[in-house]
Design a protein. Structure first.
Length: 236
């Protein structure tokens, strides 16, 4: 049984590596069909307490698979790159938990991406930066009237809403009320405000003509926006 399991681990590992030039424990479980992408999504949104809860198979199977995977990354000479996984919720920044035990060593292993050593130094670095970038939170500007699922406030066309667990929330209920909208168009101001703000959220709106979401601007802390404006006025 263990031999077959090992084979499945290595197959998933090889496939992920050749597809994306890096491989993470999550890729292995998905490749082995022990983990559904939709469950990963739920976990990333903070709806699942720890990832192992939604991985099929008992702890022995999981542990054995990770041991095989770890040995394989060493054999291949892959470069470990620790990544931060933040919950995609509107509240304060929170690192996601992987294991039932919460053991630091295990958590650290789960958070690691293993990067192909055949990539050039520059490409390795770029990939590392990309993987390190936390997933962006997004707020939608509605193109039709909607309603907050919590306080039932009407959200008229053009107002902001945040989707949490598939339900629309007004910015108040999403705890994003302290943020101010900065429309796109001033690249310098946007960059400075983002730098000053501990939280910045992209605002998108669905374009019917292009059939995709387009960036409209960002939401940043009011104080950060003020500071950024001041900095720019001092430069002039
Ligand atoms: Zn509300």
């Amino acid at each position: 049984m263990n031999d077959r399991l090992k084979q499945r681990v290595l197959q998933a590992a090889e496939e992920a590596l050749s597809r994306q030039q890096y491989v993470s424990p999550i890729d292995i479980f998905i490749g082995m069909h022990l983990l559904q992408p939709v469950h990963v999504e739920d976990w990333r949104k903070g709806k699942v307490p720890y990832l192992e809860q939604v991985i099929q198979g008992n702890l022995n199977k999981i542990t054995f698979s990770m041991k095989c995977f770890h040995a394989w990354t060493k054999e291949k000479g892959l470069k470990p790159s620790p990544t931060v996984y933040l919950a995609r919720t509107s509240g304060p920044k929170r690192e996601l938990r992987f294991s039932k035990s919460g053991d630091l060593k295990i958590e650290q292993f789960y958070r690691t991406h293993f990067i192909s050593s055949t990539l050039s130094e520059i490409k390795q670095k770029k990939l590392q930066e990309k993987l390190d970038k936390p997933l962006e939170l997004v707020v939608f500007r509605t193109i039709q009237n909607s309603q907050c699922s919590q306080c039932k406030k009407e959200l008229h066309k053009g107002s902001f809403l945040f989707m949490e667990a598939g339900q629309p929330l007004c910015l108040c209920c999403a705890n994003l009320n302290d943020l101010e909208y900065l429309p796109r168009g001033n690249a310098q101001l946007t960059r400075l405000a983002k730098k000053e703000s501990s939280k910045s959220i992209v605002v998108v709106e669905f374009s019917r003509s292009c059939k995709r979401y387009e960036r409209q601007g960002i939401l940043v802390e009011k104080e950060a926006l003020k500071k950024a404006e001041l900095e720019i006025s001092e430069l002039d």
